[in-house]
Design a protein around this ligand. Structure first.
Ligand code: M6R
Length: 608
C-alpha cells in the first residue's frame, strides 16, 4: 500500500524518486506523484494510473533539484484522481503520507472553522493544513510537525518538504513503515528497502513514534515527545540485483524459479548431521529455562496463514502440543484464550501487515511468548517479537507470494523439528532421517519446477474455466487453499480450495463437466481417501488434474497428471505447491493480466 520516497543529496532528486517509486510499485497503487524543489520553487507532477503515466509527463532534463519527495497512492479516502494524488501542499508544507488518519473528519471541521479550505478528498491534505496551522505559531517546521501529529489519531508514515528550506526533509512514522537509507552525502527515506538498495545498504528501520529530520549529511531522530533517540544502523545483505527481474518476464516467475536457491539459503547453517536442527535465534527465549509452553497460537493473513495451516498438522503430529491457527484480522477482535504458556507465532513476509501486528501485540499483551517468522530484516513484527526466525527469500516483489510461502514452510518445518527435539518427542534416528531429507529439499523443488512445460500446456485447457476447484487433505488442505488463492489473485478466476472430505457436505453440488478439479495426491495414509474423493467428482463429469507421484495415480482416472518427485511425506506441501503456482502464473500470463501488480491488491497491507 502507498509507497513513499524522499531524497536529499547531490544527485538529481527526480531520478532517485522515480527509480525508488518503481521499486515500490509492487506495494500496489492507483496514482503517483513527485515534488522537487528547484530554484526556490516547488515543482509538482501527479498522475492517475501507472507510474509510466507520471514518467511520461516529466522532462527529467529540466528537473535538476536535489531534494524531493515522491509517492504511489493506493486510494482509501477519496477516489484515485490526480487531485487526490500526493504530494499535497499547503503553503510551505509539501507532504506525502502512507496510512490512514482516523479522526480526519473532526480535524477537517476544526480547520475549516479556522478558515482552511481543501481541494482534495484525502485525509492527507488535512495533515498539510494541520502542520501549516501550527507553523503560524512555531514558525519552525520540526516543532510544527510534532505539534500537529499530537492531534492525529491513526497510522502514518510521512515525509515533509519545506518549500522555504531545500536543505532538509522531515519525517515521522506511526504504524506505517519507513526506512532511512544513509548514503555518502545523501540520505533517502522510503517505505521499503528495495527503493534504497541502489544507493546504500546502511539503513535505519524507524520505529513507531519516531520523528526526525535529514539533510544531505546528517540525520536526527526524536521520539513522540521530541526527545532525541538513537537507533541502530543496520547493514542490509540484500543485493540490488535481487530486486530486478533478471531476464524473466515477470517477478513472479523469477521468484517461483528462485525457490530451490532461497530454500537452500533458509536452511543454511540451521541443519547439521551432528546437531540436528540449530536455531540460535530461539536460544535467549528458551535457552536455559524450562520449556513451559502448552499451546501454540499462529496468527497471520493470506498466504502466511496458509503456511500456518500446514504447520499445525506438523506440530500436532510430531510434538503433541495443541495448535490454533487464526486469521489475524479475526483474532484481534475476539477474546482469545492466551496465557503465559502460549507460544504465539506471527507469520508475515513483509513484517508490516497491520492485522498481523495487532494480533501479535494482543497475544504479547496477554503474556504469550512471541516468535516472528518474517522475511524483512528490521520490520515491525521483528521488533515486536521476542525472537525472529527469518526466511531468507530475498525481496519478494510480485504481489502474489510464492518463494515467501515455501521459505515460510521451510522455517516452520525446522521449528517443528526443533520443538519435537526440545520436547523429547523425536528419536535421534528419526531426526537424522528428517535432516537428511531436508538436505535434498532444494533439489526436489528443482525437480518440481520441471513440471513447467506440462503445466503450461494444461493451463491453456483450463484458461476459460470458472470456477476451478482444488482439493487436498491433511497438510495439503492449506496447500490447495494457497493454489486457489494464487489463481484468484492473478488470473481473476473464481477458485476455491476444499478439504476433500468436505466435498459431499456441500461443494460437490458445484461439480459438473464444466468445472475442473485439481487434486493433490501425495503418497501416504490419506492416498486411498483422496482417490475416493476423485472418484466422486469424476463420476459427476469433472475433468480432474491429478498432482502426485506417478505410482499413486489410479489407473484410468483423471484427465491429466503432473508427476511429482518422491519425498519425505512431511516435505510434500513444499513441493506440491510449485505446480499450483506455475498453473496460476501460466493461466494469468495467457490471459495477459498484470501479474506482478494484480488489480485491487497491495503487497504490504499496512492498514486495516
Ligand atoms: O506480508 P504478509 O505475509 O503479512 O502478507 C499477508 C498477505 O497479505 C499476503 O500473504 C497476501 O495474501 C498475498 N498477496 C498472497 O499472495
Amino acid at each position: 500500500m502507498c509507497g513513499i520516497v524522499g531524497y536529499i543529496g547531490d544527485r538529481s532528486a527526480i531520478s532517485v524518486l522515480l527509480d525508488g517509486l518503481q521499486h515500490l510499485e509492487y506495494r500496489g497503487y492507483d496514482s503517483a506523484g513527485v515534488a522537487v524543489i528547484q530554484d526556490d520553487q516547488v515543482i509538482t507532477h501527479r498522475s492517475v494510473g501507472k507510474l509510466a503515466n507520471l514518467i511520461q509527463k516529466i522532462d527529467r532534463r529540466e528537473l535538476h533539484g536535489t531534494v524531493g519527495i515522491g509517492h504511489t497512492r493506493w486510494a482509501t479516502h477519496g477516489r484515485p484522481t490526480e487531485v487526490n494524488a500526493h504530494p499535497h501542499q499547503e503553503g510551505r508544507v509539501v507532504l506525502v503520507h502512507n496510512g490512514i488518519i482516523e479522526n480526519y473528519l473532526d480535524l477537517r471541521r476544526k480547520l475549516e472553522k479556522l478558515g482552511h479550505s481543501f481541494t482534495s478528498e484525502t485525509d492527507t491534505e488535512i495533515l498539510c493544513h494541520l502542520v501549516a496551522e501550527q507553523l503560524k505559531k512555531t514558525k519552525q517546521m520540526q516543532p510544527a510537525i510534532q505539534k500537529a501529529l499530537a492531534l492525529v489519531e491513526g497510522s502514518y508514515a510521512i515525509v515533509v518538504m519545506d518549500a522555504e528550506d531545500p536543505d532538509r526533509l522531515y519525517f515521522a512514522r506511526q504504524g506505517s513503515p519507513l526506512v532511512l537509507g544513509l548514503g555518502e552525502k545523501e540520505n533517502i527515506l522510503a517505505s521499503d528497502v528495495p527503493a534504497i538498495l541502489a544507493y546504500t545498504r546502511k539503513m535505519v528501520f524507524l520505529e513507531d513514534g519516531d520523528r526526525g529530520v535529514i539533510s544531505a549529511k546528517k540525520f536526527e531522530i526524536f521520539d513522540a515527545k521530541g526527545k532525541p533517540v538513537k537507533r541502530k544502523v543496520a547493514q542490509i545483505d540484500w543485493d540490488p540485483v535481487m530486486a530486478e527481474k533478471g531476464g524473466y518476464k515477470h517477478f513472479m516467475l523469477k521468484e517461483i524459479f528462485e525457490q530451490p536457491k532461497v530454500i537452500g539459503d533458509t536452511l543454511a547453517g540451521r541443519i547439521s548431521a551432528k546437531h540436528g536442527v540449530v536455531l540460535p535465534e530461539l536460544a535467549e527465549l528458551f535457552g536455559s529455562k524450562k520449556f513451559d509452553v502448552d499451546h501454540i497460537q499462529f496468527v497471520a493473513c493470506g498466504t502466511s496463514w496458509h503456511a500456518a495451516g500446514v504447520a499445525r498438522y506438523w506440530i500436532e503430529s510430531l510434538c503433541g502440543i495443541p495448535v490454533s491457527v487464526d486469521l489475524a484480522s479475526e483474532f484481534r477482535y475476539r477474546n482469545p484464550v492466551i496465557g503465559k504458556k502460549t507460544l504465539c507465532v506471527a507469520i508475515s513476509q513483509s513484517g508490516e501487515t497491520a492485522d498481523t501486528l495487532a494480533a501479535a501485540q494482543l497475544a504479547k499483551r496477554r503474556g504469550a511468548k512471541l516468535i516472528a517468522v518474517c522475511n524483512v530484516q528490521g520490520s515491525s513484527v521483528t521488533r515486536l517479537a521476542h525472537a525472529t526466525l527469518y526466511t531468507r527469500a530475498g525481496p519478494e516483489i510480485g504481489v502474489a507470494s510464492t518463494k515467501a510461502f515455501t521459505t515460510q514452510l521451510t522455517v516452520l518445518w525446522l521449528l517443528t523439528l526443533w520443538l519435537s527435539r526440545k520436547l523429547k518427542k523425536i528419536k535421534t534416528a528419526a531426526l537424522e532421517q528428517e535432516v537428511k531429507a531436508l538436505k535434498r529439499l532444494p533439489g526436489l523443488v528443482q525437480t518440481s519446477l520441471e513440471s513447467h512445460n506440462e503445466v503450461r500446456a494444461l493451463a491453456k485447457q483450463f484458461m476459460n474455466a470458472s470456477p476451478v476447484l482444488f482439493i487436498g487433505r491433511g497438510t495439503h488442505y492449506p496447500v490447495v487453499l494457497e493454489g486457489a488463492l494464487k489463481l484468484k489473485e492473478i488470473a481473476y478466476i473464481h477458485a476455491e480450495g476444499f478439504a476433500a472430505g468436505e466435498l459431499k457436505h456441500g461443494p460437490i453440488a458445484l461439480v459438473d463437466q464444466d468445472v475442473p478439479v485439481i487434486a493433490l495426491l501425495p503418497q501416504g495414509d490419506l492416498l486411498e481417501k483422496m482417490i475416493s474423493n476423485i472418484q466422486e467428482v469424476a463420476a459427476r463429469g469433472a475433468s480432474v488434474l491429478m498432482i502426485g507421484e506417478k505410482n499413486c495415480f489410479p489407473k484410468g482416472m483423471g484427465t491429466a497428471h503432473i508427476p511429482m518427485p518422491k519425498a519425505s511425506s512431511y516435505l510434500t506441501p513444499i513441493l506440491y505447491v510449485v505446480p499450483l503456482q506455475l498453473f496460476a502464473y501460466d493461466i494469468a500470463d495467457q490471459m495477459g493480466t498484470d501479474i506482478d501488480q494484480p488489480r485491487n491488491l497491495a503487497k504490504s497491507v499496512t492498514v486495516e
